[in-house]
Design a binder for this molecule. Sequence first.
Ligand code: CTP
Ligand code: ZN
Length: 152
Amino acid sequence: MSDHELRVSKIRNGTVIDHVEGGQALNVLAILGIDGSEGLGVSVVMNVPSDRLGRKDVVKVEGRELSQSEVDVLSLIAPEATINIIREFEVAEKNRVTRPDTVSGVLSCPNRNCITNAGEPVETRFDVVADGVRCDYCSTILRTDIAEHIDV
Ligand code: CTP
Ligand code: ZN
């Protein structure tokens, strides 16, 4: 990217989530549990041109690295995302997200009658399917509203 195209500063330490599907950046922040009150430096770029995706979002979070369960859920809304770990201004690690087969203990089931919502010690578990994730217990499918059902 040439200088006149650079939209936000490079960061010193933290995580850059790049190649997020255009329009999904706020859902990425929701999945990470970031609403600004933490005081972390956060930069969000939305709907910038991308060779690969047509348009993309980029989220930069300073001073924070991501857990595997966060990355797993991110993969569901941003399957093409690249997770760049930045240390002292350098890209120390670059990883593509991969879609897991299941996600356990991170999403809540939207079905009020599901056993996972009955106050029993049952951990949620969803199978990742083509059009979303499916509750193992009641088969309810979560599609676009995944970010609203994060439990972590
Ligand atoms: N980045 C940043 N701060 C740094 C280093 C990199 O914010 N100190 C950002 C870049 O702006 C870019 C992403 O992290 O959005 C990845 O950086 P880099 O690998 O240098 O860019 P590309 O080669 O364009 O990445 P890719 O090949 O994954 O498209
Ligand atoms: Zn369920």
